[in-house]
Design a protein around this ligand. Structure first.
Ligand code: SAM
Ligand code: DTB
Ligand code: SF4
Length: 385
């Protein structure tokens, strides 16, 4: 276990609960480096392996309570952002943002009744029922996204669940093909069995996106065709297969602050924390039951990013749907609060996103650079569908 020191180091130096007398703000980099050295190197090691591990396991928490989370979410905004910023700097440095491009592989015609979603057959939106895209078209789109600077390629299908057969085989090939381009791969295909998760892992999938969307208490106000536990079950299958989790939710659907806190509390209860946490603001699409929801207050998004950062220090917090409606200044606040990933490309699944050039300009201005892909896993050979 002690072999994997690099990730332990970061955790150890970031939360100081196990180290009496130190508080977060005290941990300026030279002290952090000295502490890291003292903890982990040869004769300077002050702690026994057992106590070192104790510090390490205390470092990241999975037991945040609703009240604690709510108190953080509702704390004075400047304090909240400052706390999140400190944790962010400790764990990630300050200068990189992941650019994840998104493609809808199969649009519309979904049998679920998610109130927010323009792709549900239960709502009358102008989204039609498309076929699953061809392999070559997907690969071309991924190549273009890579040329524009994206390091992750996320592919979505408006499916309730995955069905075994030619279409799933085609998606598996897309995962192999995009992986072979040197990009991180993510898919969101609805519910998955254990075996389907295993096959995605074999294809080299980096992450599976499956959002909680809201709190368990508010869930049946938003979706009636599945329940919260169905979501959790798929997350377990994904994790058991060794695939990273991309799991987050949506604000602006009429939920309370407590619902928001509950969702974050449950995300932070996952052990390990999700690799990515997308924070979406509702895009209120005409024809969906939520079409008349008022726009999300951008500062509420800032609060969500900051609280996610505090609860899940190592996760990538992705400022997701709804970014298109944010001012540059509001986006800057979200980055300051710990967001370090965005959907990059002029379209999300069916709705508009910010222009790539505009995003690049903003990142340049902020001194943020695009994060390179993290593709350590060996990529299986690609084959056309
Ligand atoms: N069908 C799969 C599923 O539900 O997991 C994958 C696709 S689904 C469109 C992916 C996620 O997009 C949803 O879980 C939800 O969080 C987000 N989403 C969908 N419509 C949205 C909207 N109008 N505004 C914000 N987020 C939305
Ligand atoms: C996520 O959390 N947000 C993305 C992605 N995961 C798949 C989807 C946002 C969809 C917004 C509405 C649309 O474009 O249809
Ligand atoms: Fe279907 Fe996913 Fe949209 Fe729900 S969110 S209607 S499951 S595509």
């Amino acid at each position: 276990m002690l072999g994997n020191l690099s990730s332990f180091n970061r955790k150890t130096i970031c939360r100081n609960d196990g180290l009496p007398g130190l508080v977060h703000g005290d941990m300026v980099p030279p002290y952090r480096d000295a502490l890291r050295h003292l903890l982990f190197h040869g004769h300077h090691n002050l702690l026994s392996p057992e106590s070192t591990l104790q510090v390490m396991s205390d470092a990241i928490r999975h037991d945040w309570s609703t009240e604690e989370t709510l108190a953080i979410l509702q704390s004075p905004l400047l304090d909240l952002v400052q706390r999140a910023r400190t944790i962010h700097s400790d764990h990630h440095g300050n200068d990189s943002v992941q650019l994840a491009s998104l493609l809808s592989l199969k649009t519309g015609g979904c049998s679920e009744d998610c109130n927010y979603c323009p792709q549900s057959v239960h709502h009358s939106t102008n989204v039609g029922n498309g076929d699953l895209m061809a392999y070559d078209q997907v690969l071309d789109t991924a190549r273009k996204a890579r040329e524009l600077g994206a390091s992750r390629f996320c592919m979505g299908a408006a499916w309730r669940q995955v069905h075994d057969g030619e279409e799933f085989d085609r998606v598996l090939n897309m995962v192999r093909g995009v992986g072979a381009l040197g990009m991180e791969t993510c898919v969101t295909l609805g519910m998955l069995s254990q075996d389907q998760a295993r096959r995605l892992a074999e294809a080299g999938l980096t992450a599976y996106n499956h959002n909680l969307d809201t709190s368990p208490e508010y869930y049946n106000k938003i979706i009636s065709t599945r329940d919260f536990e169905d979501r959790m079950e798929t997350l377990r299958h994904v994790r058991e297969a060794g695939i990273s989790l991309c799991v987050g939710g949506i604000i602006g659907m009429g939920e309370s602050d407590r619902d928001r806190a509950r969702m974050l509390e449950i995300l932070a209860g996952l052990d390990p924390h999700p690799e990515s946490v997308p924070i979406n603001a509702l895009v209120a699409v005409v024809g969906t039951p939520l079409e008349n929801r008022p726009p999300v207050d951008p500062l509420d998004l800032v609060r969500m990013c900051a609280t996610a950062r505090i609860l899940m220090p190592e996760s990538r917090v992705r400022l997701s749907a709804g970014r298109h409606q944010l001012s540059r200044e509001a986006q800057v606040l979200c980055f300051l609060a710990g967001a370090n990933s965005i959907f990059y490309g002029e379209k999300l699944l069916t709705t508009a996103n910010t222009e790539c050039e505009e995003d690049r300009r903003l990142l340049r201005e902020l001194g943020l650079s695009p994060l390179p892909p993290d593709v350590d896993k060996p990529t299986p050979a690609t084959s056309a569908a």
